[in-house]
Write a protein that binds this ligand. Structure first.
Ligand code: PLP
Length: 344
């Protein structure tokens, strides 16, 4: 099976399984798990932050970050295609009483600086106070686009001017750093907090981290406990995360090349709309015209290929490249598309 539905489908490597089995562990709620501490130190170093906190999922990492920056009745500004807005069950409002104000995302995942500035509330008896801007890098639903350090710096300057904080949903922040050929800290130094995922593309089975100042992480630790994310001998999971950060970042380049290669070849087929020049990382969306989406998926599945349909009416599909899809398998996918086209 060639699974292109997400980069979360990777299995842990042999070395991860071994490290997990042999990890030295303790009770992490008491902050006595040495392997969790090692992972947190490593993540803080890489992102250039004072501290980090290991959490079970990216969704929880984003939630507790927003809870740590904001109180009930505060407002956050975020993109209308952001993961926090679309795919996190409305947790910030349901659990935090925090008001999300969405602004349109551009195709490259940015939000216009002008709209951001206009979106910041002035003190007024009718308005919730704006506290936080949330960015996403890479931007999942904007073709996996990386946000540049320049753009992020401009947002930071705006946030400073108005006394706001910035949280970065960096589920795939290492994909951004690799695509831009810069150290990840050149992106994370523009924000107050960042959430990054170990289980997206980096092949760890479970886990994310939130990184920021020591004060922020202390608040986040308490918020994590509140939402049930305090874990005990979590070093067994953190052990895989250490390998993810040390050994699986540089190879993301291959996934990016494979995504571009796939986009280039399928764009030549009649009725497939995808712009290779917009593919910068491991995610590509394409639009299918004149072909029933579900029939197309069925044909692919018959050939042992799985991809995701994200909009059945519009015929929009997402393919995500990762460690377990080789260049040869990408060739197989292209050949399969061609043979489906030939029979159309
Ligand atoms: C997957 C993802 C998350 C959430 O991570 P989970 O571990 O699935 O909860 C957050 N943000 C983005 C951009 C993602 O792609």
């Amino acid at each position: 099976m060639i699974n292109l539905r997400s980069d979360t489908f990777t299995q842990p490597t042999e070395s991860m399984r071994e490290a997990m089995a042999q990890a030295e562990v303790g009770d992490d709620v008491y902050q006595e798990d040495p392997t969790v501490k090692n992972l947190e130190t490593l993540a803080a170093e890489k992102t250039g932050k004072e501290a980090a906190l290991f959490v079970p999922s990216g969704t929880m990492g984003n939630l507790i970050s927003v809870l740590s920056h904001c109180g009930r009745g505060d407002e956050i500004l975020l993109g209308d295609k952001s993961h926090i807005s679309l795919y996190e069950v409305g947790g910030v409002s349901a659990l935090g009483g925090i008001h999300p104000r969405t602004l349109p995302n551009n195709d490259d995942g940015t939000i216009s600086i002008e709209l951001l500035e206009k979106g910041i509330r002035h003190p007024d008896i009718h308005s919730p106070p704006t506290r936080l801007i949330c960015l996403e890098n890479t931007h999942n639903f904007c073709q996996g686009s990386p946000l540049s350090p320049d753009y992020m710096g401009t947002v930071r300057d705006l946030a400073k001017k108005y006394g706001l904080k910035i949280h970065l949903d960096g589920a795939r922040i290492f994909n951004a750093a690799v695509a831009l050929k810069i150290p990840v800290s050149k992106l994370t130094d523009k924000v107050d907090s960042v959430m990054l995922c170990l289980s997206k593309g980096l092949s760890a089975p479970v886990g994310s981290l939130v990184c920021g100042s020591s004060e922020f992480v202390e608040k986040a630790r308490k918020a994590r406990k509140m939402v049930g994310g305090g874990m005990r001998q979590a070093g067994h999971l953190a052990a895989a995360g250490i390998i993810a950060l040390n050994d699986h970042v540089e190879r993301l380049e291959k996934d990016h090349e494979n995504a571009k290669y796939l986009a280039r070849h399928i764009s030549r087929l009649d009725g497939i709309e995808v712009d290779e020049s917009k593919i910068k990382t491991n995610i590509l969306f394409f639009k299918l015209e004149g072909f029933d989406g579900n029939a197309f998926l069925e044909q692919l599945e018959k050939n042992q290929i799985k991809i995701l349909i994200t909009d059945t009416e519009e015929g929009i599909f997402r393919a995500v490249l990762h460690r377990e899809v080789s260049k040869e398998q990408v060739e197989t996918v292209i050949e399969t598309f061609k043979s489906i086209w030939a029979k159309r």
